[in-house]
Design a protein around this ligand. Structure first.
Ligand code: ADP
Ligand code: MG
Length: 654
């Protein structure tokens, strides 16, 4: 028994008057927001209630496959909604699975989902009401939305298979009570089963005491719900042989595409995902052949707060022949497609099989692969049909999708096709595809150059880019941590290997400069013999001075404006990868980087001269090295030595 349940157990003795229990702190805060901030779009409360009722029916329908006695009194599932103008109340009744005492306390008194803290953080940050509304939707705290229109709510419920009927009651402010329901209250249930939720409507929401308003709201938000929704109390609906549901009451995904409007697609998205945004992509597909299934899948507009939760759980719902089975089979979707929402309805899977066994059913594996291929194909199509929409998608979900590059080899080609990166081409402002990159490659270029780092902003001005920019050679920016990982397994794209520009020696001399080198010196003048000698002397001196810190010091082909940069040696791990690994403390490097110097730079020339004349360049050498570290975001090892040298130089200069 959980602490929560124990708490309820102690608090409530059926014989006594029920004692008031507090909402969890999160719920109280949430309720406050709901009551005050969310008034703009209060219709959605009905959608939330109906959505919960439909879920409850789906769950009982599934349980009844194994235990038909659970629904033998009335195998028809339905939801009824009706007003009572005398009592100024609106009631929503379902004959679904119901809740017992513990579940009432747990489900309606706490926010059961993990990450509540994250929700509250984001709530605090979101200023506009719309943002908060979006957050509420994402976090799926739908039941509480009813406090937008109700000053108090009673929930009468009976868990299927149990005899007790409970009543949960709260004004949404001062906590809640749970006690056994009396006969009159129990009569609210439909055939002694399920849940009846009665809202005492606030004056300012009295429109919900009009049948027309109830009907239009149901039609607007819940038309596609596959459980029929009737207007009127269950007893009357049962008597009326001609009663017809308010909603369409057929599984939307089974209809022909041509019969479904965008509005209906979007409403269904909101129902299944609990989101308030509009999907950027809707993929409705009937797979026929070796396996038969229908999928109606959506890519949301907004990244959910838990996208990078370590569980990497998806939330696609699995149906078998229109019966909801579960949204909890890990093997149904690849983790890197976990942002996809919607339903998959299989014709082949057996109904009477436990959820646990389903997990390993080979049909599930086949569906998973087919669905991934379809979604990737549709994303590729989206990228061609709606560039802005696709860019928005990529910004939100690209880093999750890229996990597939090392997770799923068989989808790699399709994934690489939809991957987008910033690059030097648009100065880091626009996404580019690998295909576009390859089209723009220079004559003689046979590698795809990239630089990785924390953000586009930080790497845009990396000295290592200078030589590439001056020759008009495009370099991709890899700024997601995940990039460093997939690069370990994905060697090339269309046989063009990926090449880090911060690792190893790169010969740029074979490429013509596109816009004359912008070096700080007068480069037209060929360096004479003496210069060359001084340079080699400088190289060996630096090598000697810095031998504890660098593997090698060499002349750089990739610098035009900066005096120095660090690159990883050929055997070493890429510089940024090393930084990432160090942050995660999984890595102790044993290969030292290479310091490259720009022999055309005025500072380097001066140093060479001074060195040639027997001057001491120790401090300058260390400052150069530290400078190279700072610009790439690596820590300076000895800060006090750095500041001492810096001060010395400054005082000389001043
Ligand atoms: P969510 O639906 O996202 O879980 P809600 O706040 O809408 O969040 O509902 C909280 C929980 O209360 C549901 O998950 C469900 O377990 C329970 N619940 C709500 N309404 C009903 C109902 N009509 N029948 C059975 N259980 C319900
Ligand atoms: Mg809900």
């Amino acid at each position: 028994m959980s602490a929560q349940e124990k708490h309820i157990e102690e608090e409530i003795q059926p014989s006594e008057q029920a004692k008031k229990q507090d909402f969890s702190a999160d719920v109280s805060r949430l309720l406050e927001i709901v009551a005050h901030a969310l008034y703009t779009n209060h219709d959605v409360f009905l959608r939330e209630l109906i959505s919960n009722s439909a879920d409850a029916c789906d769950r009982l329908r599934y349980d009844a496959i194994a235990k038909p006695e659970l629904t033998k009194d009335n195998p028809e599932f339905r939801i009824c909604a009706y007003k009572d103008t005398t009592n100024r109340s609106l009631t929503v009744v379902d004959n679904g699975i119901g809740m017992n005492k513990e579940e009432l306390g747990e489900n309606l008194g706490t926010i059961a989902k993990s990450g509540t803290a994250a929700l509250m953080e984001q709530m605090k940050a979101a200023n506009a009401n719309d943002d908060k509304l979006n957050l509420i939707g994402q976090f799926g705290v739908g039941f509480y939305a009813s406090y937008m229109v109700a000053h108090s709510i009673e929930v009468v419920s009976r868990k299927s298979g149990s005899d007790d009927i409970w009543l949960w009651e709260s004004d949404g402010k001062s906590g809640f009570t749970i006690r056994e329901a009396n006969e009159q209250e129990s009569a609210r249930l439909d055939g002694q089963r399920g849940t009846a939720i009665t809202l005492q409507i606030k004056d300012e929401a009295c429109e919900f005491l009009l049948d027309e308003k109830i009907i239009t709201t149901i039609k607007e938000y819940s038309d596609h719900i596959s459980v029929p929704i009737y207007l009127g109390p269950p007893s009357e609906v049962a008597k009326d042989k001609d009663a017809s549901p308010v909603n369409d009451a057929s599984a939307l995904w089974m209809k022909q595409k041509s019969e479904i409007t965008t509005q209906e697609y979007n409403d269904f998205y909101k129902h299944t995902s609990g989101g308030f945004d509009e999907p950027v992509m809707t993929s409705h597909w009937k797979a026929e052949g070796a396996i038969e299934f229908t999928s109606l899948l959506y890519v949301p507009m907004m990244r959910p707060w838990d996208l990078f939760d370590p569980s990497r759980k998806h939330s696609v719902k699995l149906y078998v022949k229109r019966v909801f089975i579960t949204d909890d089979i890990d093997t149904l979707m690849y983790p890197w497609l976990r942002f996809v929402q919607g339903v998959i309805d299989s014709e082949d899977l057996p109904l009477n099989i436990s959820r646990e066994t389903l997990q390993y059913n080979p049909t599930i594996e086949k569906i998973k692969k087919a669905v991934a291929r379809k979604v990737l194909g549709d994303l590729d199509k989206l990228s061609r049909d709606d560039e802005a929409g696709f860019s928005a998608f990529w910004g939100q979900f690209g880093s999750a999708l890229k996990e597939g590059l090392y997770d799923a080899q068989e989808h790699r080609a399709a994934l690489l096709k939809v991957c987008r990166f910033y690059s030097t081409h648009d100065n880091g402002d626009k996404f580019t595809s690998l295909e576009e990159y390859v089209e723009r490659m220079k004559d003689g270029q046979d590698e795809i150059y990239y630089i990785s780092g924390e953000s586009t902003q930080t790497i845009k001005n990396s000295p290592q880019l200078e030589g590439f920019k001056s020759r008009g050679i495009e370099v991709l920016f890899f700024t997601d941590t995940i990039d460093d990982f997939w690069l370990q397994t994905v060697q090339d794209y269309k046989e063009k290997p990926f090449k880090s520009i911060t690792k190893g020696d790169i010969d740029l001399d074979k490429f013509e400069p596109s816009s004359g080198p912008k070096d700080t010196s007068d480069s037209d003048i060929k360096p004479d013999e003496q210069d060359n000698e001084a340079t080699s002397k400088l190289l060996t001196t630096l090598q000697d001075l810095l031998k504890d810190d660098v593997n090698n010091v060499r002349k750089s082909g990739r610098l035009t404006d900066s005096p120095v940069c660090l690159v990883a040696s050929d055997e070493g791990v890429d510089m940024n990868m090393e930084r990432v690994l160090k942050i995660h403390q999984k890595y102790q490097s044993d290969t030292k980087p290479v310091l490259e110097i720009n022999t055309n730079h005025a500072l380097i020339k001066k140093m060479a001269k001074s060195c040639d004349n027997g001057g001491d360049i120790t401090d300058a050498a260390y400052l150069l090295l530290d400078q190279a570290k700072i610009i790439q975001g690596s820590p300076v090892d000895d800060l006090s030595a750095f500041t001492r040298r810096m001060s010395d130089f400054m005082s000389k200069a001043i």
